[in-house]
Design a protein around this ligand. Structure first.
Ligand code: USQ
Length: 414
């Protein structure tokens, strides 16, 4: 396959690019670098030092002997994305190129608008570019389980068969997301449903759960190939945050009672799922939806598991009840389906004590880089706010100096 990974510099995009390259596919990454700018604005950085995209690609070549082409551009810019499609001619596009954080989107109007403009208009620009330049290619679009919210009925995979006043139809499953970020993905899904009906595109919309994990087969091959694991209150997802909090000796930040349930998967299973989707493309004119997760947990369950895994290693882990900064149900029904990817061969890697201990050991190597000032949530869903230390130039200078000490030439670019 000729695979273009849009957002190929991110937590999932970079490991995805290496995964397919290692398996002999022709891979290119396309990225605007905006995620690194958002990190710098907020004064946060990934737990492990991260090389520049240029260094990542060069190291991958040296380690694997395989080339990943790199395009610098914004998916929302017609010239950038069209020039890339003309030049690379992908048959598979994997689109991760979106602002991924719910808290970021809830800071204030500017951040909500930036999130929706970046995500919704970028995907719309891509749909038109595909119509004109690569109409037979397969688009694998990363959506989110958060599109559905937490309805009081079972969550089907994208569509719902309903009977109404004696007539039956298959409709898009009702969406009730909880942040302007999650809502941006709903808008994407709707735009892609229309584009596909009009132009016969092939689309797989992956409604992915909360991803956790520190590494993949490829990220561990050299320090420059590490992925951007976040633990901060903006970009860190809950399991990754709890693991980092545990190794930093900080209490686990359970929001509210911890009764809220979500769907989860390991970063290695993200790669497996995306590969399954790529190998089994959607038909022309089809928006196929897969619910991409392997297990459901409540936040309190996760805190228990991280505590048990750490205690077995001799760590003393405490817990803090943080008044929930989000507007979400504390206790609710949650029963999403995920049979489609399993039927196509997904072999889940579950959240076992071994997996958590592997994450704790990895995070402990970088524990000195954990900044306790960015752990507490600062964005309140009702009042917004929370731009934290990132606005202060001296903190960014401090981060850059540390990155330079870690030997990363890219440090100046952050
Ligand atoms: N939570 C805590 N403590 C924390 C962080 C989070 O209790 O320190 C709770 C939240 O209140 C929420 C749950 O954990 O109920 C999940 O929060 P999260 O920040 O891990 O995940 P979320 O905001 O839903 O977003 C993440 C990714 C996003 C992806 C989504 C998948 O950032 O890109 O789309 O997971 S899903 O949640 O299935 O929509």
């Amino acid at each position: 396959m000729r695979i273009l990974v849009i957002g190929g510099d991110g937590y999932l995009g970079w490991p995805t690019a290496m995964h397919f390259s290692a398996r002999g596919h022709d891979v290119a990454v396309f990225d605007s670098g905006v995620k690194r700018r958002w990190e710098a604005q907020l004064g946060v950085r990934p737990l492990a030092p991260i090389a520049s995209l240029h260094e990542r690609v060069a190291t991958w070549k040296a380690v694997s002997g395989k080339a990943i082409q790199s395009y610098s551009g914004d998916v929302g810019d017609a010239r950038d994305i069209r020039a890339t499609l003309r030049d690379f001619r992908p048959d598979t596009l994997i689109h991760y190129g979106e602002q991924p954080s719910a808290p970021f989107s809830m800071i204030d109007a500017a951040h909500a608008i930036e999130t929706q403009a970046n995500n919704v208009l970028g995907t719309l620009q891509l749909a038109f570019a595909m119509r004109d330049l690569t109409p037979d290619a397969h688009l694998i679009k990363l959506g989110t389980m958060g599109e559905y919210g937490t309805p009081n009925i079972d969550i089907e995979e994208g569509y719902l068969e309903i009977e109404h006043n004696g007539r039956r139809d298959r409709v898009a499953f009702p969406k009730n997301p909880g942040s302007f970020y999650h809502l941006s993905k709903v808008h994407d899904s709707n735009n892609l449903i229309l584009a596909t009906r009009l132009w016969g595109l092939r689309v797989t919309d992956l409604n992915q759960g909360v991803v956790y994990g520190t590494d993949t087969d490829e990220t561990g091959l050299a320090p420059e190939l590490a992925t951007s694991f976040h633990y901060d209150g903006w970009f860190g997802t809950v399991i990754n945050r709890f693991v980092a909090q545990a190794v930093a000796g900080q209490p686990l930040t359970v929001y509210g009672e911890g009764g809220q349930k979500r769907a989860f998967l390991n970063i290695r299973d993200t790669l497996q799922c995306v590969e399954i989707a790529a190998r089994n493309p959607a038909a022309p004119g089809e928006v196929r939806v897969f619910n991409q997760f392997t297990e459901c947990f409540s936040v309190a369950d996760i805190a228990d598991r991280v505590t048990a895994a750490g205690s077995a290693l001799g760590m003393a882990i405490s817990r803090q009840t943080v008044p929930n900064p989000r507007v979400e149900s504390a206790q609710h029904y949650y029963n999403p389906k995920n049979s489609a990817l399993l039927a196509l061969g997904l072999a889940p890697r579950l959240l076992t004590e071994d997996v958590l201990q592997g994450m704790l050991a990895w995070a402990a190597r970088y524990a000195k880089r954990i900044d306790p000032r960015v752990i507490q949530p600062t964005v309140d869903w009702r009042r917004g706010g929370g731009r934290s230390r990132g606005d202060r130039a001296e903190n960014r200078a401090e981060d850059r100096a540390e990155d330079r000490a870690a030997g990363l030439a890219s440090a100046g670019a952050r």
